[in-house]
Write a protein that binds this ligand. Structure first.
Ligand SMILES: N[C@@H](CCC(=O)N[C@@H](CS)C(=O)NCC(=O)O)C(=O)O
Length: 340
């Protein structure tokens, strides 16, 4: 056997051993929503929040913490969109073996799943905190319906866009994912290709990086997915506009600002930063949605939870996407055709 061949075999064996070790350090599995008192994580403050600037579910959690006035240590975690696959790092998988954000930690015990986090925070804020869940059982049920309506499920995040706004959110986000990927070096995508448990995601991000938005506009399954979400979201916004018009106060359930407003705020933010809100407003009269979104942005919680935590790559991706929608006819007509 030649020395070159022996060397190649040794290198190959070394690479396989490295891969096996790294993969075993990044084992992940689903976690139930709610508090896990059987787990105690290292912590420095009663409340700690692991979240990402761009993540829709993280924004919900930060808005809730800000509204409730709960002091916490913020532990920012990157998604590949904001620079790296930190959610599949061995360190983060110790915090959440499901490898997703956000996670609230209370006295060391993690609370998984954003809607559980919202309700937990509302129930454990101090006595002076505003009440974000209604006492009235009918309103409470309505609040829970809005939470479900906007929720992104783990098993089928894109499923049933006609039925709920939540699944429309990731699909409508696709175009900004693509523009954000242009700011990330390909090297940063490799850990995802090697270790991400959901291979669809890193393959999509790699294709986004390689082909750009114009290139991806030729992939019919993708444009169909975005198109279905767009048509469904348009109906959802009309429904939301009607509900806001019928509300007896400034918020979706009347005068009381609730967790329902928080989940809607985060969904509207994503729809706005990806250029869809302007598009939907150009097709339909959405006066109540437009005024509601302004009221949400005017709340101090928006400054603390959103503006102060904004990530420069999100801003850049949003501006680049809006410029492409303005200047590139193929992108514009594929993503945002005029209503017939
Ligand atoms: N059902 C979960 C969904 C959480 C989720 O999908 N989080 C995304 C960010 S919005 C995530 O962490 N993804 C990990 C990844 O992209 O690798 C919740 O409501 O908390």
């Amino acid at each position: 056997m030649s020395t070159g061949l022996i060397l190649s075999l040794v290198l190959l064996a070394g690479a396989l051993i490295w891969y096996g070790i790294e993969k075993s350090r990044r084992r992940s599995h689903a976690m139930d929503g709610g508090i896990h008192t059987d787990i105690t994580l290292p912590h420095e403050a009663p409340f700690e929040l692991y979240s990402n600037a761009f993540s829709h579910c993280s924004r919900k959690a930060r808005l809730a913490m800000a509204e409730l006035g709960i002091a916490y240590i913020h532990r920012p975690i990157d998604l590949v969109e904001t620079g790296q696959y930190q959610t599949i790092s061995p360190a983060y998988l110790k915090v959440n073996p499901a490898g997703i954000l956000p996670v609230l930690v209370h006295n060391g015990h993690p609370i998984y799943e954003s809607d559980y986090i919202l309700k937990y925070a509302a129930a454990h804020a101090g006595p002076d905190a505003p009440q974000l869940t209604p006492d009235d059982p009918q309103k409470l049920a309505a609040m829970n319906e809005w939470l479900d309506y906007c929720n992104i499920t783990n098993d089928d995040p894109l499923g049933n866009p006609e039925g709920r706004l939540g699944p429309c959110v990731p699909a409508l986000t696709m175009p900004i994912f693509v523009t954000m990927m242009q700011c990330i070096s390909f090297k940063k995508l490799i850990p995802g290709l090697l270790f991400h448990p959901d291979k669809k995601r890193p393959f999509f991000f790699s294709a986004a990086k390689l082909f750009g938005l114009r290139g991806l506009m030729r992939a019919k399954p993708l444009t169909d997915l975005v198109g279905d979400a767009r048509d469904a979201a348009r109906n959802h916004l009309k429904k939301l506009d009607d509900a806001l018009g019928a509300s007896q106060g400034d918020w979706i359930l009347g005068d009381q600002f609730t967790l329902a407003d928080i989940t809607l705020a985060s969904a509207l933010l994503r729809i706005a930063e990806t250029g869809w809100l302007d598009y939907f407003k150009s097709l339909d009269d959405l006066p109540h949605v437009a005024a509601y979104y302004e009221r949400l942005q005017a709340r101090p919680s928006w400054q603390t939870a959103i503006t102060d935590k904004q990530h420069h790559l999100v801003e850049q991706g949003s501006n680049d996407l809006k410029a492409l929608l303005k200047d590139d006819q193929l992108i514009k007509s594929t993503l945002q055709p005029l209503a017939n």
